[in-house]
Ligand binder design. Sequence first.
Ligand code: 8DG
Length: 313
Amino acid sequence: MHKLIHVAVGAITDGSGNILLAKRPGHAHQGGLWEFPGGKVEPNETLLQALDRELFEELDIRVVSAEPVIEIIHDYGDKTVWLDVHWVTAFTGTPRGKEGQPLRWVPVNELPQYEFPAANYPIVNALTLPDKLLITGAFNSVDDFTGRLEAALQQGVKLVQLRAHEVNDTDYEQLAGLASERCNLYGARLVLNRHNAADFLNSIPAQGIHLSSAALEKAPVLPADIIVGASCHNQSQLQQAAKLGAHYATLSPVLPTKSHPDATPLRWNNFVHLAKKATLPVYALGGMNEEHLPPVKQKGGQGIAGISCWWGN
Ligand SMILES: Nc1nc2c([nH]c(=O)n2[C@H]2C[C@H](O)[C@@H](COP(=O)(O)OP(=O)(O)OP(=O)(O)O)O2)c(=O)[nH]1
C-alpha cells in the first residue's frame, strides 16, 4: 500500500435534506467526477481544522459544527486515500465555487445517481442509510406482529430487517407484505432476511435483502439495485461484506444480549476498532438501546441495530 493520504471530507447539509456536491477539475486525480468538498489534512492540523480550512478555501464557508460519518481507506493503485468524512450540519457563509468548480445541492436519496470516485460509494451508502435498524423479533399473532412493527416505526426506525426463521415461506411472504405496507407508510425501508430472500422480491416490494454470516461466507453474487446488508461478527466477515459490495453490515454482539446468551461480546473497544477499519457502514448490534446511539455515531458507527430496543419483550 502507498503512503496514506489523509483527506478531510465534508457532507455539507442545508437542513432540508440536500447535500452539496462539487465537480473535481478535469486535470485532478479522479478528475471530472463529483465529490464531497474537502482536501488533504496538512501536517500539524487536526481533521476539523483541515475541514474548516478546505471548505473556506474551496467554498468560502466556515464550519460551525461537524459530526463523524465514516472513514474509508481506498487504494486507487496510484495512491491510497483515507477519507475521513463528517456531516457539516452548520456553517456560516453561502457556498460558492471559489476555484470555478461547479456545485450542486442534491437530495440525499438522489446521491446514488451521481458518478463519484470509487472510494465514495460506501460514503454514499452511509449518507443514505438511517441510524436505527430494527430486526423483527418474536410475536404471538399477525396482529401482534403488525402492532409491534408499527410501534417501532413510530419511534423513528427507518430500516427494518424482517427476520422470522420460525415461520414457513407462505407465512413469511404474508408478513413481508404487511411489513412492506407499514414501512411504506412511515417512509422506512424493508430488507428481507431469509435463505431465499431474493426470490421474495419478485412478489414483495421490499427494498433489499439481509445476508446471514453463513450466507455471506458462501460469497453470493449480490443482486444489483437493491440494499444488501450482512451479519458480521469479525473483521474477515466485514472485509468479505465490503468486497462483495454489501451496503451495510451489522457487527455483533457488542454487549451481552438475550437473543444470543452464549456469544462472547465484542465490547466497545473492539466494535470501534473493527468499525473504523471496515469500508462499509457498520451498525452496532447486541444489547443496544437508544442511549447508545449518540456514542456509536460519535465513534463513526452508522447507528444501532436491535430487536428488544424497539420490538418490546
Ligand atoms: N475532497 C474529496 N477528495 C476525494 C473524494 N473522493 C476521493 O476519492 N477523493 C480523493 C481524491 C484525491 O486523491 C484526494 C483529495 O485530494 P484533493 O486533491 O482534493 O486535496 P487538496 O484539495 O488538498 O488538493 P491539492 O492542494 O493537493 O491540489 O482524495 C471526495 O469525495 N472528496
